[in-house]
Ligand binder design. Structure first.
Ligand code: AHM
Ligand code: MG
Length: 322
């Protein structure tokens, strides 16, 4: 059996990345080992179910949303390279009383509806530069996704995997039984063509016309305009749906819909769309809001929502042209 390189070895070999960024990645990866243990223990540790409170998104928090948020928050605040953090579960940013270094945004446990039913969930994170001369404020987090210095996610599935992009490329690490991240996926690439889409079809009647047209074309199969049959998958955990696309191609859509016309989409720009967009682009795919590259959007609010279309490049282009 070949010996697999571990995360520490990979970080050490990444000569183009800042040493302090590597420290932040290592801290997040270690926190996610802890999270994977809590998630895996489920009902045994009494950590399933609702926490009985509503978060800043107006969504009911699960106990695990709070536990996992606390694990990451404590770990990051103790890391000398982290100046501030923002989370899906926290209304405001938190600072660590430091200048320089990095800001981290994260969704500690994405896929809330899957937590209590033992289906894959995940952690998503984005690392941004912090101002050098003062402690960060909320405005400092509102950077376009292209300025991310690293991004990644962990999927807690049949295997727990970390998928990471640092200064180049996308690499996948599988968590071993002894708690080590071993590189199992080198230079992950998304094929430009696909015949698989992921969308919540129950919202069809609420979609805008271009998304309806695009999906209708896929549904007509080989006798329709696309001339091929499409398959559909929807886990309802963005991490799991995007992970499948990284492994075998596909397109993921969470579009604007008319249920809440004032909200541009369900997913959040700073800690869901941006990190996933960086990973997808680095793997050769595309990520847009339907027209514009997600990574080029100028954020205006910490918890800003955005429509998301990402995955195999040629399919993402078709949605823009639909
Ligand atoms: P969450 O951050 O509260 O878990 O919500 C985000 C999740 C994504 O993981 C997933 O793509 C989407 O919500 C699923 O939405 P739906 O309930 O419409 O299937
Ligand atoms: Mg989420």
């Amino acid at each position: 059996m070949t010996t697999l390189i571990d995360l520490a070895g990979h970080l050490a070999a990444e000569q183009t990345a800042d040493e302090a960024v590597k420290d932040v990645v290592a801290v997040i990866a270690a926190a996610c080992v802890q999270i994977s243990r809590v998630v895996a223990s489920g009902a045994i540790s009494g950590s399933l179910g609702a926490a009985g409170q509503i978060n800043v998104q107006d969504e009911e928090q699960k106990k695990l949303d709070i536990i996992t948020n606390d694990i990451l928050r404590e770990a990051l605040k103790a890391c000398p390279a982290v100046a501030g953090l923002a989370s899906e579960e926290l209304e405001a940013i938190e600072t660590a009383g430091r200048k320089g270094g990095f800001l981290v945004t994260f969704d500690p446990l994405d896929g809330s509806s899957n937590i209590d039913v033992n289906v894959s969930v995940g952690t998503i994170f984005s690392i941004l530069p912090a101002p050098d001369d003062r402690e960060p404020n909320e405005q400092d987090f509102l950077l376009p996704g292209r300025q991310q210095v690293a991004a990644g996610y962990v999927v807690y599935g049949p295997q727990t995997m970390l998928v990471l992009t640092l200064s180049r490329g996308v690499f996948g690490f599988t968590l071993s039984a002894d708690g080590t991240w071993l590189m199992t996926h080198d230079a992950v690439a998304i094929s430009p063509e696909t015949a698989e889409f992921a969308i919540n079809m129950s919202n069809q009647r609420h979609w805008a016309e271009p998304v309806r047209r695009y999906i209708e074309g896929c549904l007509q199969g080989k006798d329709g305009p696309r001339g091929k049959n499409f398959n559909m998958r929807w886990v309802a955990s963005m991490v799991a749906d995007v992970h499948r696309i990284l492994m075998r191609g596909g397109i993921f859509l969470y579009p604007w819909d008319a249920r809440e016309p004032d909200k541009p989409g369900k997913l959040r720009l700073l800690y869901e769309a941006n990190p996933m967009a960086l990973i997808v682009e680095r793997a050769g795919g595309k990520a847009t809001d339907g027209q514009t590259a997600i990574l080029d959007l100028q954020p205006t609010k910490l918890h800003q929502r955005v429509p998301v279309v990402l995955g195999s490049a040629n399919e993402v282009d078709r949605v823009s042209a639909a």
